[in-house]
Design a protein around this ligand. Sequence first.
Ligand code: BEZ
Length: 255
Amino acid sequence: MSQVPDNAPGQNWNAADYARHADFVAELGGPVAELLAPRPGERILDLGCGDGSLTEIVARSGATVVGVDAAPDMIEAAKARGLDARLMDAHNLAFEHEFDAVFSNAAMHWMLNHEAVLASIHRALKPNGRFVAEFGGHGNVAAICTALLAALQARGISGKARFPWYFPAPEEYAEAMQTAGFTVDSIELIPRPTRLPTGMAGWLETFANPFLHGLDEEIREAVLNDALALLAPSLRDSHGNWTADYVRLRVSAHR
Ligand code: BEZ
């Protein structure tokens, strides 16, 4: 196992903010939920379930779905939907050989120790159980990352040391899955430009906290303003709409 920290510090999860700035996440989770193809009677784990909006859709299949997330506010929001949602760290799941499938949408790029996460998922699955996930892949939000790194660097701050995401290339992640004991059924890198309902400022406010963690308010503001100015020519259209340069890694595997 590598000595990678599990999560970058500074990210705060608030279910109401998430619903306002990022409700598209569950809406765009349709294709990976289809790839999962849940069946009635199956027991499925939703890893990084957030507020449970996609968990709820998967549960409509008649499968029994357990959601786990490391953010207390998200777990409360998922429970409020009537879901079985539990506060748990994906790097160390408290499950042994009990799920027919582990499913995850738009969460695994926050989990920095991918070896520990894959081992944890493998342990949670029954023999022959499947692992179906989609998260940020190589090149995901590259322009946004570069703008934040440049704005920080201009003030002598290392953005690299604060970088909160894991965006692997397909070859790298396939190898990691095989090492963890999975057989890879499919792995695809999918560019998916994504319209941001509350613009880039809303996106940065929701997701870029680790880059700004511990900085004085004045510096935070200046970094955000510089990042927005750097991004506008490429990601804002003539009507003022912002589109993020999302790239998904979609995987399906079994143990
Ligand atoms: C994503 O879904 O790719 C993503 C969301 C927030 C921050 C970084 C990546």
